[in-house]
Design a protein around this ligand. Structure first.
Ligand SMILES: *Cc1c(COP(=O)(O)O)cnc(C)c1O
Length: 226
């Protein structure tokens, strides 16, 4: 199947999940995860109308972005090391992986120095997986006032990578837990946190049913990675 056909198939899946859950199709944005994939394939997806792309490595992001028009939007979805913030920020339209207060402090400070405003999501380790980066639920509660106070950092929601389970039904509770946490954080702060970045190739249907506003889909679009 071509990339355009893969995108069309995912579109059907998104529409279907939106119908099932009474959501508007416009509420969900597909982020095409192009990590490890060459520019030709990204261009193919862009030609088919795909606008948002996700990368997990700063080096790869900064190499790819200049090769495409400014209409293409880039999402950093991998852990950001502090020594790479300054390089990453100008290339990153969305930062999904604010995974500690220390990182948020540093991003806010460097964004200020560079005259940038960064759109970001708090990464939450919702399935309490030792191997994953991110705030714990309580930690996110405690950190939120400070996070919302940053001048150069606009936090508009949450992101999670739940522990992998081949059966997406087993992941549903992690997605709904992230949504519940978001609702509690909104109540606590009185601020709006509309974005929920959750769901990948094998479980995006379930994520959309549970309220995802950004799904991060790679292999179903571009084929499997080595
Ligand atoms: C690679 C990656 C994805 C996409 O995974 P697929 O299973 O290929 O769809 C989504 N989110 C993150 C954070 C990733 O690193």
């Amino acid at each position: 199947m071509s990339i355009a056909e893969n995108l069309a198939e995912i579109e059907v899946g998104i529409v279907d999940a939106c119908k099932k859950s009474g959501r508007s199709r416009d509420a969900v944005q597909l982020v095409a995860v192009s990590k490890t994939k060459p520019n030709e394939l990204i261009a193919e997806a862009a030609a088919a109308g795909q606008i948002h792309f996700g990368e997990n490595k700063v080096q790869e992001l900064i190499a790819k972005k200049p090769e495409f028009s400014a209409d293409i939007k880039w999402h950093l979805i991998g852990h950001l090391q502090k020594n790479k913030i300054r390089k990453a920020l100008p290339c990153c339209d969305w930062l999904h992986t604010l995974d500690s207060l220390e990182l948020a402090d540093a991003v806010n400070r460097i964004a200020g120095e560079e005259g940038l405003e960064v759109a970001a999501l708090l990464q939450v380790n919702i399935s309490a997986d030792d191997a994953k980066f991110g705030f714990g639920e309580e930690e996110a509660m405690t950190a939120l006032p400070q996070v919302l106070d940053y001048e150069n950092l606009k936090v508009t929601g949450l992101m999670t990578i739940p522990v992998f389970d081949p059966n997406p039904e087993n992941t549903r509770r992690h997605f709904s837990n992230l949504r519940d946490l978001r609702d509690r954080l909104e109540q606590e702060s009185g601020c709006s946190l509309p974005e929920l970045s959750m769901g990948m190739s094998h479980d995006y249907h379930v994520a959309v049913e549970e309220g995802a506003t950004m799904i991060r889909v790679g292999s179903s679009i571009f084929g499997s990675r080595n």
